[in-house]
Write a protein that binds this ligand. Structure first.
Ligand code: ZN
Length: 376
């Protein structure tokens, strides 16, 4: 039986690289988790997601509880079997999406009641039910239910919300069934306020979790505010547990957060952008719909060795998007996920070799130069 544990192999300043051991295998950190919203990483076969180098996926409790439904998914053998993904899965608690997608959402001490955005069915999600759902899905990493207030709310409201999240974290921990290789993560809240983040981190550490997430960022604040918040939050987290920055982010966000000691990330950006024509490259972002690519025979990213960049031109992907061919979003999603996983691999290698700062300097310099000049 695998024990759920985190093994730090090397540190470079505040950054670290290591292995997270779960019942479905190892996760190399720093890790990026592609988002498999409704039991699928959109436009991707599971084996292709694995081929990009992803060790772990994120599943969305809110979407799965509404459709196909928790109990049905459990009867079908859980999420891994249902979607044919053999490696670890982290599930979110459902809270963030209830508050952003559901209708008639009512928050109380006990939990949150809401109506499905699909058909108006009423649901109640308590911290206990969220943990139970994630157990039924077969999640390797369960997240506690928390409340994530909108950016820019008064401090008093942020404090009340953070305290509610602490009480919910404690109830989630009570409910969580310990199983070998499965972990429960707490979520630090408190927005951009140092004393609130410190209190949240201290209380969660006292309760004791297998990992600690920093929540409530990437909700509209500037990158500098996010980095400052990490600068004063991360030192209050236990150094021997994984740290997960939820919902982040752009390649530059990830690089800055890894420098600040974050081990795990998730974001819809590479997949969502892949469907709308935005490609990530070592030189920054490219809008493949732009007319300048119409006769460009070069690959999207000449520094990328993914099957898309080795087999297809910018001109071809541009054509697919113009002609609204389904292969366009498929190819761009495949490349974008490869780009993100390649970035994570390079970050891990740089930390292992003790030269992260040189890597980061190169990463920023190439991006400042911008995309390749158009062909004449
Ligand atoms: Zn590529």
């Amino acid at each position: 039986m695998t024990k759920f544990c985190f093994e730090i192999q090397r540190q470079d300043a505040r950054a670290r690289t290591g292995l997270l051991h779960t019942t479905h295998g190892k996760v190399r950190t720093p890790a990026f988790m592609p988002v498999g919203t409704a039991g699928t990483v959109k436009a991707m076969m599971p084996e292709d997601v694995a081929a990009t180098g992803a060790d772990i996926l994120l599943g969305n409790t809110y979407h799965l509880m509404l459709r196909p439904g928790t109990e049905r998914l459990a009867r079908l053998g859980g999420l891994h079997k249902f979607m044919n993904w053999k490696q670890p899965i982290l599930t979110d608690s459902g809270g963030f999406q209830i508050m952003s997608l559901a209708q008639h959402c009512k928050l109380a001490e006990e939990g949150v009641t809401f109506q499905s955005h699909l058909d108006g069915t009423k649901y109640k999600l308590t911290p206990e039910r969220s943990v139970e759902i994630q157990h039924l899905l077969g999640s390797d990493i369960t997240m506690v239910l928390d409340e994530c207030p909108k950016h820019g709310r008064p401090k008093k409201e942020i404090a009340q919300s953070m305290h509610l999240s602490l009480r919910w974290a404690s109830r989630s921990k009570e409910e969580f069934v310990e199983r070998p290789g499965h972990g429960l993560f707490g979520i630090v809240q408190g927005n951009i306020f140092e004393d609130l983040r410190e209190e949240s981190a201290r209380e969660l550490t006292r309760m004791g979790f297998d990992g600690y997430a920093v929540g409530g960022l990437a909700v509209g604040e500037a990158q500098e505010e996010m980095f400052t918040t990490l600068d004063f939050t991360v030192p209050h987290l236990p150094s021997d547990n994984p740290r997960y920055l939820m919902g982040v982010g752009t390649p530059a966000d990830i690089v800055g957060a890894v420098e600040r000691g974050i081990d795990m990330f998730d974001c819809v950006m590479p997949t969502r952008s892949g469907r709308t024509g935005k490609g990530f490259t070592c030189r920054g972002e490219v809008n493949i719909r732009n007319a300048r690519h119409a006769e460009d025979p070069r690959p999207l990213d000449d520094a990328c060795d993914c099957p898309v960049c080795s087999g297809f031109s910018r001109a071809y992907i541009h054509h697919l998007f113009k002609a609204k061919e389904i292969l366009g979003p498929m190819l761009l999603t495949r490349h974008n996920l490869s780009y993100y996983q390649d970035l994570m691999r390079r970050l891990r290698e740089s930390i292992s070799e003790g030269n992260l700062s040189a890597f980061v300097e190169r990463f920023r310099k190439i991006r400042l130069e911008g995309d390749l000049d158009p062909l004449q």
